[in-house]
Design a protein around this ligand. Structure first.
Ligand SMILES: [Zn+2]
Length: 110
């Protein structure tokens, strides 16, 4: 069954026909996204791609994700890092006991 409306590749949402202009229709870009600069559109597409990555990544997706972690756009970099660390958590430091002691001490300060 097909979903109603059209998919906008920039914001990643299904929107009603009237949200697309004639040109945007073919390009799969809704009116509100069409008003964005090409750079912003490209960034938004990348962000959507990052958000829609499956939990289990293919080799190509991992290398793509790693490249995005070095992207020149800070938002893309931050999101890529988040997505990467969600799947490949960095090693936890084992000095958490010290932190707990510190917190306990603070509790007694009046
Ligand atoms: Zn859109």
């Amino acid at each position: 069954m097909k979903k109603h409306g059209h998919y906008c590749k920039v914001c990643g949402e299904y929107k009603a026909n009237e949200k697309f202009s004639g040109k945007g229709h073919a390009a799969h870009i809704c009116k509100s996204c069409a008003s964005l600069s090409p750079e912003k559109q490209a960034e938004q597409i990348t962000v959507n791609r990052l958000l829609n990555l499956p939990w289990r990544l293919l080799k190509e997706q991992i290398s793509w994700l790693k490249k995005r972690m070095k992207d020149k756009r800070p938002e893309v970099r931050a999101l890529a890092k988040e997505q990467y660390e969600m799947r490949f958590p960095p090693k936890q430091l084992e000095d958490t006991d010290d932190d707990f002691d510190f917190l306990d001490e603070n509790d007694f300060i009046e």
